[in-house]
Design a binder for this molecule. Structure first.
Ligand SMILES: Cc1ncc(COP(=O)(O)O)c(C=O)c1O
Length: 400
């Protein structure tokens, strides 16, 4: 007798007719017109729009120096290069970050020393930072993960005690506040990202924010070939065509075409954060009590979260048989995009091979990184779309 065929799986019902990305930038008609004016102006590389955007960044952050660059990666490189690390010099950071944080330490000659993250907030643990300091430590690089501020006071206290520089990886943190103060308005140096997924964008781009005149001057020189003055200052009516090379520098200058976006993005930032915050409140209300998810915890200190990411953990094992990757794949089948920010940086092949890191070294980071998933979150996401995402998530947990 022929066996009964297995019942066909119910077809997956897409939540949206077209794929919904986890992030997309909001580019206003004014910003588009500004890019066109820039193109028509005859000056499309670093020039008056970059100068204006930098002035606006200084005013927004409340900092004397804001130097635009091609990316946060480039900004981190310049800041660390300006520190002139010697072989064996250590920089303390977290494996709960994007690879660029560690990569830039290595590329500027330093040795990354890692401390684990807090399982509830995903942030670098300041007590572990204090324990990781050695006579070779030169700097601490906290990461304001997802737009939540790291607990900076104890980190700056350790830095002060040992004479270390704090390089804040603020790629996620424009608009973030710590104890009533904007990230960028105090401390040593902050490096921000304007990648299209970030809270404001210039296409690609970033900025170094600082209060130290000498550091700002080094970054300014190194970002453009090591020249003692910038091109726009040479080609104008009043500039001299001569320059000197006073250090071997890079080509990390932002273009006016990019700044044309930035000067319209920045005034919209607080509105973007307000919308992101409202969407997160809706996610929290809808997802509270789901056994399949662990929602991110709030820190105990006063803060404003910029909500670059809303990234709960898939409660694999305890709450669902689904893995995070299985969950992401099932949502993708339903036309819902998600993001993975990030895998544990110490477990990438380069870092295993060169630093000997292995599974189990940073258990909280590994717990988070194995489960974390960034849900769709961007200012243009409508309530109805968000409801569709939540319904698709429920469908995945119930049927996938
Ligand atoms: C924590 C962190 N640091 C640095 C970067 C690098 O930023 P960029 O893409 O602007 O180079 C990123 C990018 O996602 C990041 O998430």
């Amino acid at each position: 007798m022929a066996a009964n065929p297995a019942p066909a799986a119910a077809p997956v019902k897409p939540a949206f007719p077209e794929f919904l990305p986890f992030s997309r930038p909001t580019i206003s008609p004014e910003a588009m017109a500004e890019v066109q004016s820039c193109l028509a102006s005859g000056w499309i590389t670093t020039g008056p729009r970059v100068k204006k955007f930098e002035e606006m960044l200084r005013a927004y952050c409340g900092a004397p120096h804001a130097l635009t660059v091609t990316s946060a990666t480039a900004g981190l490189f310049l800041v660390l290069q300006a520190m002139k690390l010697k072989p064996g010099d250590e920089v303390i950071t977290t494996p709960m970050t994007f690879a660029a944080t560690l990569n830039m330490i290595v590329l500027t000659g330093g040795r990354p020393v890692l401390v684990d993250a807090d399982r509830r907030t995903y942030q670098m643990d300041p007590a572990a930072v204090a324990r990781a300091v050695t006579p070779r430590t030169r700097a601490i690089m906290p990461v304001h993960f997802a737009g939540m501020p790291v607990d900076l006071d104890p980190i700056y206290e350790v830095a002060k005690r040992h004479g270390l520089r704090v390089v804040e990886d603020a790629a996620h943190a424009i608009g973030t506040e710590y104890k009533g103060r904007k990230i960028g308005s105090f401390g040593d140096v902050q490096v921000m990202s304007f990648h299209p997924n970030k809270n404001i964008t210039t296409g690609e781009g970033g900025a170094v924010i600082c209060r130290d005149d000498a550091l700002a001057s080094e970054v300014q020189i190194l970002r453009f070939h090591g020249m003692d003055r910038e091109a726009w200052a040479r080609f104008g009516r009043t500039g001299s065509q001569h320059y000197e090379i006073i250090a071997p520098g890079h080509k990390f200058n932002m273009m006016d075409m990019q700044a044309a976006l930035g000067i319209h993005q920045l005034p919209a930032l607080d509105g973007f954060i307000a919308r992101r915050t409202a969407l997160v409140a809706r996610y929290r209300a809808a997802l509270a009590g789901w056994k399949e998810l662990i929602l991110p915890g709030d820190p105990s200190y006063p803060h404003r979260h910029a909500w670059h990411l809303f990234a709960p953990l898939v409660n694999t094992g305890a709450g669902t048989h689904l893995t995070r990757d299985g969950f992401m794949a099932a949502l993708k089948e339903r036309n819902v995009g998600t993001g993975l920010h990030y895998r544990a940086a110490h477990l990438y092949p380069y870092y295993r091979e060169h630093y000997g890191w292995k599974p189990g070294d940073f258990p909280n980071t590994e717990f988070i990184a194995d489960r974390i998933v960034s849900l769709p979150l961007f200012p243009l996401l409508t309530d109805a779309q968000q409801d569709g995402v939540i319904a698709a998530m429920r469908d995945v947990f119930d049927h996938a």
